[in-house]
Design a protein around this ligand. Structure first.
Ligand code: DHB
Ligand code: FE
Length: 281
């Protein structure tokens, strides 16, 4: 008998919480005036919802129980990155001239294997999914190529699952860092990822079901591009015509981030170019 490890919200969510806590920096040094302004307005927004919808005690208690369950399931990173991060990202990147950003989400891990300027992401023998070559150049907004830039790349597999978070996937699967060559170029061979479904068996899934929403993000590639003297950009790339590109549950698709791969000459897969443009630090 084989042991089938099925990914659950408890595992992906709890791994994301652990990972977040490891990475979280020392407590933010936000002053009282700003904490007061933000916390007061956040509470006022909730008070307005209670008045507008005449929220009952039953609903208030269901809300409390649900909040407790989000924590028990370890799903705060997952919930917040799906439903709130997109607005924080817009504020953070509002003045950039170069490549537009998108949300980081809960599944980034620092220290992925190095690939050189051209490489293949770590993957299992016979990794499911259509082969994809993703290549391009990193440049400054002023146009000069940026040699030695790091293109840090992570994605879900053909089942929409991330290594190091869902069980049963080898460490670093479909994660890697390319470094651009003297002309600022890189090339990464991978597989076309599948759409990602928010785990349905935890608190976030329960809210999605109770509200009658769908739980899908379109297929996407995650990228962080960095170069000394430039602002790091965290973004995602999507696929033209892909399912849920027009109704991403995480509201993280932007027109400038949609790829249209073409078949490779030998018909074995697809390829697409995308250039990254960095703003000075
Ligand atoms: C979530 C998952 C993702 O893969 C992503 O890119 C953004 C958010 C999430 O489940 O929160
Ligand atoms: Fe993702």
């Amino acid at each position: 008998m084989t042991d089938v490890v099925s990914p659950t919200a408890a595992t992906s969510g709890a791994s994301a919480t652990e990972r977040f806590q490891e990475r979280a920096k020392a407590a933010a040094t936000t002053g009282a005036a700003r904490v007061n302004a933000i916390a007061s307005d956040a509470l006022a927004a909730l008070h307005e919802v209670v008045r507008k919808h005449q929220v009952t005690y039953d609903e208030y208690n269901a809300f409390k129980a649900w909040l407790i369950r989000v924590g028990e399931d370890g799903e705060w990173p997952l919930f917040l990155d799906v439903f709130l991060e997109h607005e924080v990202e817009k504020v953070a990147n509002a003045t950039r001239q170069g490549t537009v950003g998108s949300i980081e989400g809960p599944y980034y891990v620092e220290g992925a294997p190095e690939l050189g300027s051209e490489g293949t992401l770590p993957m299992r023998d016979g990794e499911a999914g259509r082969p994809l070559r993703f290549f391009g150049q990193v440049r400054a907004v002023t146009g000069e190529p940026l040699a030695g830039s790091v293109v840090d790349f992570w994605q879900a597999d053909d089942d929409g699952l991330y290594s190091q978070f869902a069980p049963g996937i080898p460490e670093w699967n479909l994660r890697g860092r390319a470094t651009t060559d003297a002309e600022g170029n890189f090339s990464i061979t991978t597989i076309h990822p599948a759409p990602y479904q928010i785990p349905t068996d935890g608190a976030t899934g329960a809210l999605i079901a109770a509200a009658g929403w769908h739980a899908w993000r379109p297929a996407h590639l995650h990228i962080k591009v960095s170069s000394p003297g430039y602002q790091l950009i965290t973004t995602q790339l999507y696929f033209d015509g892909g399912e849920h590109v027009a109704d991403d549950i995480a509201t993280a698709v932007k027109d400038d981030l949609i790829l249209a791969p073409t078949p490779t000459d030998d018909g074995s897969g697809e390829q697409v170019r995308y250039d990254f443009v960095l703003d000075p630090a």
